[in-house]
Design a protein around this ligand. Structure first.
Ligand SMILES: Cc1cc2nc3c(=O)[nH]c(=O)nc-3n(C[C@H](O)[C@H](O)[C@H](O)COP(=O)(O)OP(=O)(O)OC[C@H]3O[C@@H](n4cnc5c(N)ncnc54)[C@H](O)[C@@H]3O)c2cc1C
Length: 370
């Protein structure tokens, strides 16, 4: 019997398993998918995660594959409203590292045991001394179980697992842009037609995310035409293949019951406008692993530390959710007078003094485990 079963081989489950292995714990990962997903969602890894994974050697590998983004700029109607300087933050890694989510998962997968694929967990029953799992491959049990199965898996543990859906929709594309001057700068265009985000990626690529009218056609050709329009009006002329996505918010009331822990998107989903969802989950895993290792080596749960872990991770998720919600609202289309007020507000917010607070907020400097 494994000492810990991790449900889900997304980025959070893989890191959890890798960190437990590093502490000498016997881990099994159960994953319903037959193959790893090649799609890219999360691209930004923030300073607190890089610091947390430095001792395991994972940070070095992420930095080797990633690109350091040292500045952010807010632009409107072709003018720069303000600059966010990640490179001036008092952090061990004063930048945001960008790389596709699949590449992040590969780094963690190399340090974790291979997942048992094609196994779906259908029910979870925690009791005092073990957690029982019903799966598509029969019953499994372990003293400790970590659910890291993402948004869809939360129905396994929370009675009221309905997320709040924002009215906003977005189009997204990762495109080759070639060599350019702003290759270490994230740019956010805020115009009356809504937000366009442009983030640098390795290999001369950029991630573009554009606000898209709710109810607009999901026909791929029409999505592509709308994305091209959003880019061209901000001076970008790159060939794109856009996909659409919506955004949601969910915050679990608890992250633990007896020997069952819930981490990552299964416990908290935040608007990806601002890019902190995966980072929150990675910090859940990095901070939980040593506590579970303590528990297994001593035979008793480190209750006070676990209670502190749960309350600080929930408070950090609340903060990230508030920031994601603010970004989502800020990125909506606004009629000309409101947009003018928004421009003035942003100039003030990103000015000397306050600009540092924003750099810290966007780089997850207010996470309680930062
Ligand atoms: C467009 C977009 C852009 C984003 N950009 C960023 C960003 O830049 N930075 C950031 O920090 N976050 C970002 N996010 C959020 C980020 O993608 C998620 O927070 C992250 O993927 C959550 O990881 P996870 O491991 O918790 O869940 P998932 O990635 O959802 O992985 C869960 C895994 O568990 C498996 N699973 C589920 N249920 C079961 C079951 N019952 N049995 C067995 N296996 C199961 C699934 O198949 C899956 O492989 C973005 C999200 C979107 C949509």
């Amino acid at each position: 019997m494994p000492e810990v079963i991790v449900i889900g081989a997304g980025p959070v489950g893989l890191l959890m398993a890798a960190e437990l292995c590093r502490h000498g714990i016997g881990v099994e990962i159960l994953e319903q998918r037959e193959q790893a997903s090649p799609g890219s969602r999360a691209i930004g890894i923030h300073a607190p995660v890089l610091a947390a994974l430095e001792s395991s050697g994972l940070t070095a590998q992420l930095l080797e594959r990633g690109l350091a983004v040292r500045r952010g700029e807010a632009r409107s109607q072709g003018q720069t409203l303000g600059t966010v300087r990640f490179d001036r933050l008092p952090a061990r890694f004063p930048f945001v590292t960008t790389l596709p989510q699949a590449a992040t998962e590969q780094v963690f997968a190399q340090a974790a045991p291979p997942p048992r694929r094609g196994v779906e967990v259908t029910a979870v029953q925690p009791s005092e001394d073990q957690v029982l799992l019903h799966t598509s491959a029969g019953v499994r049990r372990a003293p400790l179980v970590v659910l890291a199965g993402g948004a869809r898996s939360r129905r396994l543990v929370y009675r009221d697992s309905e997320a709040h859906t924002y009215p906003d929709r977005y189009l997204m594309t990762d495109a080759v842009v070639g060599e350019r001057e702003d290759s270490d700068t994230a740019v956010v265009h805020l115009d009356s037609s809504g937000v366009l985000e442009s983030f640098p990626l390795p290999e001369q690529r950029r991630r573009f995310v554009a606000w898209d009218p709710p109810g607009a056609s999901a026909d791929p050709e029409q999505q592509q035409a709308r994305m091209e329009h959003a880019l061209v009006t901000r001076g970008e002329t790159v060939p794109v293949r856009a996909t659409g996505f919506g955004v949601r918010r969910f915050l679990a009331p608890r992250m633990r019951r007896a020997g069952l822990f819930v981490i990552g998107d299964a416990a908290h989903e935040v608007s990806p406008i601002g890019g902190q969802g995966m980072n929150l989950g990675l910090l859940d895993a990095a901070t939980l692993a040593p506590l579970l290792a303590d528990w297994l080596s001593c035979g008793t749960a480190p209750e006070a530390k676990l209670q502190y872990w749960e309350s600080s991770r929930l408070r950090s998720a609340r903060r990230a959710s508030a920031l994601g919600g603010l970004n989502t609202r800020l990125g909506r289309p606004a009629p000309a007078p409101l947009n003018a007020a928004r421009r003035t507000g942003l100039r003030l917010m990103l000015g000397p003094g306050t600009g540092t607070v924003f750099a810290r907020a966007y780089a997850m400097g207010f996470d309680l485990d930062a």
